[in-house]
Structures are given as C-alpha cells and as structure tokens.
Design a protein around this ligand. Structure first.
Ligand code: ATP
Length: 246
C-alpha cells in the first residue's frame, strides 16, 4: 500500500490498551507535511503514548501508524532506524548529557549518524545553536543553563539532524508565559522556514492557539475533536470546547 506524498503522520484506527485500560480507541487522524498539530487532553489520556507510537517505541494492538511513506507497525529495526532519522524529538527534560557541553551534545548525533566531516559538523552545530538563540553558549554545560535555555538546547538537539517531523512533549511546561512564547516562536519559525511538520503535546492552550494548524483533543481513549482551532472551538464535544476556550 502506498501513501500520499504529502502525509507527515497518519493514524488509521489505532487501538492501544495496557491490561484492561484502553488508552486509545480506534484513533484516526492525518497531518500533512509542514503542518502543526497540537494534541490536547486531560492528564493520562494517551497523548504521550501517541508520540511513542509515532516513534515506534510502542506497538499498537491494532491499526496502522504511517510516518511519511511508511507504516511503522511491524517494521523491522533496519526500517525503523531509517524512519526515525526523519523524526526529531523534544522531550520534557530536554534529554541532554550533563557531562557534555552544549556543543558536544549537538555534535554527537551528527558524528554517530552522518558521514559529515568535522568542519561541516561545526557549521551545522553553530547554525542550529544560533537559530535557537544560543550561539554564544556552546561551551556551557547543561547545568549552567536556565529552564528556558535548556528547552531551547533540547530543541536544538532535536533539530540538529534536520528532521522532516518534530515531535514535542510539553515544550513549554515549567516556563513563564514570555519564555513559553519564545519556544512557540522557534517552533513556528522552523515550520515556516523548513516546512517541518510539528506534533506538539501541550497543556498550554494559549500556545496551542498560536501554533496549531490542527488541534486534536483526546478524551477517555477517543479523539473527540480534530480540526482547526476555530472548528474545535465550535465542537459539539463539551470537553474539547472547554479545553480550547479555557
Ligand atoms: N508503558 C506503560 N505501561 C502501562 N501503562 C502505561 C504505559 N504508558 C502509559 N500508560 C498509561 O496510559 C495512560 C496514558 O498515558 P500518557 O502518558 O499517554 O498520558 P498523557 O495524556 O500524556 O498524560 P499527561 O498529560 O499527564 O502527560 C495512562 O493511564 C498511563 O498510566
């Protein structure tokens, strides 16, 4: 089976349970290349599980998970490592090695996963660091960074391999409103300048309203609303409407 070339991520009737608890119940949605999806929902509704299914860190019980041109369900490790090169992840804790400088944290994946020579790696790392406003901070260790700087460093780490699709799990959690807006700006700029698709799990409705082309609301295992901010604001589903207009 082939997939439309413009698809970034598509779920087709994805179901996932842990024991008796059905976390996702036949969930289907599609996000195109260059679009931003914000996933909203109360705590424990399967938002992080959705990201893990996209990364193929988990398998669904049934259904298909398409990433770009491939259904990752049932794919072997060789295929998955190719697909994962298209994905960047911004984790809640930024996932930086504390014993390495920022520069070393960013150059490591380039050394491991590409054949780029050292001077090219230097160029890429400097460019990505300055893209996120940390151009002068490459020699610092993560412990010397503020919360907002750490998030930006995590974003730089996620972008250094130039992914087509960026997954972000609560990129603005723990940040003040202004710093959170700066992260949103960086995400939007990445989308505009590189056509990167964004899938952002967030509790920050303010940010979601600015960033999202599409909003998906998960509740009790179901995708209860999916559409533009305006469409979800008019949704017949109470939870979705309340979440987006909070
Ligand atoms: N590996 C696992 N084993 C068992 N249960 C799990 C596992 N991963 C997630 N769950 C359960 O699945 C449900 C959804 O978890 P998930 O982390 O996706 O929630 P979430 O919507 O991201 O919540 P939050 O907003 O609090 O981060 C929770 O009940 C969680 O306990």
């Amino acid at each position: 089976m082939t997939q439309s070339p413009s698809i970034a991520v598509e779920f087709k009737n994805v179901t996932k349970a842990f024991g008796e608890k059905r976390v996702l119940n036949s969930v289907s949605f599609r996000i195109e290349q260059g679009q931003a999806l914000c996933l909203l929902g109360r705590s424990g509704t399967g938002k992080s599980v959705t990201l893990k299914l996209i990364m193929a860190l988990m398998r669904p019980d049934s259904g298909q998970v398409w990433v770009d041109q491939d259904n990752v369900v049932g794919m072997n490790e060789h295929g998955l490592s190719k697909v994962r090169k298209k994905l960047g992840y911004l984790f809640q804790d930024a996932a930086l090695f504390d014993s390495l400088t920022l520069y070393e944290n960013l150059s490591l994946p380039l050394q491991r996963l590409t054949k780029k020579p050292k001077d090219e790696i230097d160029d890429v790392v400097h460019r990505v660091l300055s893209d996120v406003g940390l151009g002068a901070d490459g020699a610092k260790y993560p412990s010397a960074l503020s919360g907002g700087m750490k998030k930006r460093a995590g974003l730089a780490r996620a972008l250094v391999l130039e992914p087509k699709i960026l997954l972000a799990d609560e990129p603005s959690s723990g940040l003040d409103r202004i710093t959170a807006s700066e992260i949103d700006e960086l995400l939007l700029r990445r989308k505009a300048e590189h056509g990167t698709a964004l899938i952002v799990v967030t509790h920050d409705i303010h940010g979601a309203r600015r960033v999202a082309d599409r909003v998906g609301v998960l509740d009790k295992g179901n995708l209860v609303a999916f559409g533009s901010v305006a469409q979800v604001t008019e949704s017949e589903n109470d939870v979705a409407r309340r979440l987006i207009t909070e």
